[in-house]
Design a binder for this molecule. Structure first.
Ligand code: UDP
Length: 241
């Protein structure tokens, strides 16, 4: 399609694995400060940015419930949500030390460490140029932070969900298994569903599709890519109506 308008309000989803080195877990200071400096550069151009962080570097509810005999699935998911708060706190300090004003809002009340998520308050922070980090996902078990990202994007009227991953977009097949796999630069929601391609989890995809929120899947580790995605450059894959 034609030229793109840079986005005004953006929801960035960063997965838990962005916080650690490959094949590791926990939080790496190096990864943390590299993400923080990319985000600082983005905020300087004046875009309103809300960030939903994942928790997979610490704990994923479904996996944890499968391997633990006494912890019931809902508890495991709450533990996963708390993991996202740990990442959120780390990201907040990293951003503040890079000179970015932030607020941390949690979907699970936790007065001592974060504001509660309140839509209108969140919007006010965004309007004032603060980066709002949204932790604890949706506050409800059995979904992922991808779904939280799509729901918050809708609630906050974001025009796009930026989904940073380790691969540089959406491929016709797994590029590691199939040498003929091609990367799409643009693809419609319908084609993603018809071809059963992996973009975000299915619920998240449906929310974005129903409410016409673009999704850009891109490799966030390439420095400057978050800014490029927001500026409307053709990086990764853009999924839209
Ligand atoms: N989670 C949840 N409800 C939410 C968001 C997350 O129960 O609204 C739990 C879920 O168990 C998930 C974990 O928190 O596995 C960590 O989030 P996620 O797996 O989405 O993190 P990511 O894959 O992005 O690192």
């Amino acid at each position: 399609s034609g030229s793109r308008i840079p986005y005004r309000r953006v929801l960035l989803k960063i997965s838990g694995e962005s916080f650690c080195r490959e094949h590791e877990s926990g939080i790496s200071m190096q990864e943390l400060s590299s993400i923080a400096s990319q985000i600082r550069d983005v905020v300087q151009v004046g875009v309103q940015l809300a960030i939903v962080c994942g928790g997979g570097n610490i704990l994923r509810g479904r996996q944890f419930a499968e391997v633990s005999s006494t912890i019931v699935p809902s508890t495991a998911h709450y533990m996963g949500m708390l993991a996202t708060v740990i990442n959120g706190l780390a990201l907040q300090d990293a951003l503040e030390s890079a000179g970015v004003q932030t607020r941390l809002q949690s979907a699970i009340r936790m007065e001592g460490v974060a504001e509660p998520f309140i839509r209108r308050r969140c919007l006010r922070h965004l309007e004032k140029g603060r980066v709002v980090i949204l932790a604890a996902g949706t506050g409800s078990p059995f979904v992922t932070t991808d779904t939280a990202a799509a729901l918050r994007a809708r609630e906050l009227d974001a025009e796009v969900v930026l989904k940073g991953t380790k691969v540089d977009g959406v491929y016709s097949a797994d590029p590691l298994k199939n040498p003929h796999a091609v990367r799409y630069t643009e693809i419609s929601f319908r084609d993603v569903l018809n071809q059963n391609l992996q973009v975000m989890d299915a619920q998240a995809m449906h929310h974005c599709m129903e409410h016409n929120i673009d999704i850009i899947v891109f490799d966030y580790k390439r420095v400057g890519n978050i800014a490029r995605a927001i500026a409307g450059e053709r990086i990764g894959t853009r999924v839209s109506a």
